[in-house]
Write a protein that binds this ligand. Structure first.
Ligand code: HEM
Length: 145
């Protein structure tokens, strides 16, 4: 099997243009030149992250989906020297889920709470208030007839 290529930081820092763009994420080096135009987060985000030296923080801050993580292997060209190539870079643990229906249902696009959101205690309290109100209404009705 072919040995993974190992690059120094100074070598990686020579590839920061839109004609030749590498990004370093969690010790892995990605040649994203062909992906610049397709990147849903825009070309500028990748170029800026590339110029920064280590794009890990920016990449994680965005919170890429599993779909994006799967795409990455296609662009991986090697490792930063000193990084253990056999080690799991752990990127998958830092991303948001691909299927975001559950979280979208829980909060709106702007991070606001949904209009109706109750926990068990609130449910029981609502039922209790309803029962008390019903009993009071029933007793009042009975007394007046
Ligand atoms: C090989 C590396 C990368 C790949 C394959 C990749 C792929 C993707 C994909 C598929 C998306 C669409 C949303 C998703 O599925 O998560 C996305 C969104 C985005 N990416 Fe990347 N990305 C990479 C690196 C980076 C880096 C280094 C940055 C630096 C800031 C970045 C910034 C963004 C931003 C800002 C968005 C838009 C997020 C949004 O609108 O919610 N990406 N990327």
């Amino acid at each position: 099997m072919e040995e993974p290529k190992v690059y120094s930081l100074s070598e990686i820092s020579r590839h920061t243009s839109n004609k030749d763009c590498w990004v370093l994420i969690k010790g892995k080096v990605y040649d994203v030149t062909d992906f610049l135009e397709e990147h849903p987060g825009g070309e500028a985000a990748l170029l800026e992250a590339s110029a920064k030296g280590d794009a890990t923080e920016d990449f994680e801050y965005v919170g890429h989906t599993i779909k994006a993580i799967r795409m990455m292997s296609k662009y991986c060209i090697g490792f930063l020297e000193g990084c253990d190539a056999s080690q799991d870079t752990g990127i998958s643990g830092t991303v948001k889920e691909e299927n975001e229906w559950a979280s979208l249902a829980a909060k709106s696009k702007h991070g606001k709470k949904p209009l109706v959101s109750m926990n068990l205690f609130e449910y029981l309290l609502a039922i209790f208030i309803f029962v008390v109100a019903f009993v009071a209404w029933y007793n009042l009705n009975k007394a007046s007839s």
